[in-house]
Unconditional design. Sequence first.
Length: 300
Amino acid sequence: MSAPLVCIAELRRSASTRLAAAGYDSAGLEADLLLGAAAGLDRTQLIAWPETCLSAAQQQQFEQLIVRRLAGEPIAYLLGRREFWSLELRVSPATLIPRPETETLVEQALERLPASAALQIADLGTGSGAIAAALARERPHWTLLGIERDAAALAVAAFNAAELQLDNLKLIRGDWSSTLGAASIDAILSNPPYVRPDDPHLVEGDVRFEPVAALISGGDGLNAIRCIITDAARCLRPGGLLAIEHGWDQGPSLRGLMKTQGFAAIETLRDLAGQERVTCGCDGRTARTSRSPTSRSPRP
């Protein structure tokens, strides 16, 4: 005998109660998002049609999603999407989940680079393509190069670029800046792996489900960052911008690495939580070309 069909109102109530009991602060919202995914309805429709019953298959799918969420799986992976910079992006377990603090990197590029110039901007380790997509949407005169070594992550970025119709976003499979020519780029941006392997946050929350290779980089978390900074001067045009996201306590290390490599006007910016999050610097060569992005001095 098949299980009785249950109406939307009861499914919403039951799932919200279970999620709240497990400690999820946004239990009601998450229940609605997962129910909407299973039923093919948006939240407004769920609220408007409380007496509607889902099919047995839809109820089963919803229950599977709730069970996975109760096991800690990120809501972004369950839904297959996450909003970043007001863009709806596909994400998967092959990519990091875009986070609000990474918008600091986007903000700095928009603030420091001329909007109307035909610049070439490289996003190293693009993952889902979140940073590159945000800048490609905001600056149609720029060409964004999203570089990623993982084929599965690059496929997600390609889907997002196509879905958002970003013709000025080009995707390249490669390892950091190794595919870039000498003096070919006006700015390099990156949210690379920067977590130490002994960081306690690795066993908490969403991070447990994210790709380890996109999180951990060497014993001190700085291997990828060293690689990017060391090769940046080769790739950047004179005066070009380098901006890297990093851990809350890594600002001094990045400032030191950039200074050693000859970068100037080095500055660390804080995220909305007040933590040091993005360090910027300009290629220190005094020569300037007509294509140099540094049409104004960075903030002191």
